[in-house]
Design a protein around this ligand. Structure first.
Ligand code: HEM
Length: 134
């Protein structure tokens, strides 16, 4: 009989726990709907089509939470703070970004402990992206 030792099975990742790719696609799709309807925040996004930006953020979050590493295969090391330098991420932009993300997280209706874990990270990450006072 094959013995399965305690601890020998891989831990389930947060990515898997919350439902994998479809969950992250729903989250970021909903987020970008909010961006599209917010003229001030929308003005920060250089591309006419938000689709590619939606794809980049989706792939980044999937990778961050233990899913496939497609983001880094396509984009290299995330270096997110550096990638945001061209944009004026001030308090207003930070607040708008988080407001749309909050609406998107709410719609996932995750179990409370997973929702909290995801939200805590997003709050922390958004604060670390601020690069302009005021
Ligand atoms: C705090 C407010 C934030 C603002 C105003 C903001 C704004 C932007 C803008 C304008 C872009 C360029 C769109 C594109 O070409 O992809 C971008 C890219 C990106 N942002 Fe943010 N962002 C914020 C926070 C965050 C946070 C917290 C994360 C991660 C949790 C994040 C992850 C990304 C990623 C992965 C990209 C694409 C990077 C690339 O591969 O080029 N952003 N962001």
């Amino acid at each position: 009989m094959t013995e399965i030792r305690r601890g020998s099975l891989p831990q389930q990742t947060f990515y898997e726990l919350v439902g994998g790719e479809p969950t992250f696609r729903r989250l970021v799709h909903r987020f970008y709907q909010g961006v599209a309807d917010d003229p001030e925040l929308r003005a920060m996004y250089p591309e006419e089509d938000l689709g590619p930006a939606e794809e980049r953020l989706t792939l980044f979050l999937m990778q961050y939470w233990g899913g496939p590493r497609t983001y880094s295969d396509e984009r290299g090391h995330p270096r997110l703070r550096m990638r945001h330098v061209p944009f004026t991420v001030d308090r207003a932009a930070h607040d708008a970004w988080l407001r749309h993300m909050r609406a998107a997280v709410d719609e996932l209706a995750l179990p409370p402990e997973h929702e909290q874990q995801l939200w805590d990270y997003l709050v922390y990450a958004a604060a670390s992206m601020v690069n302009t006072p005021g």
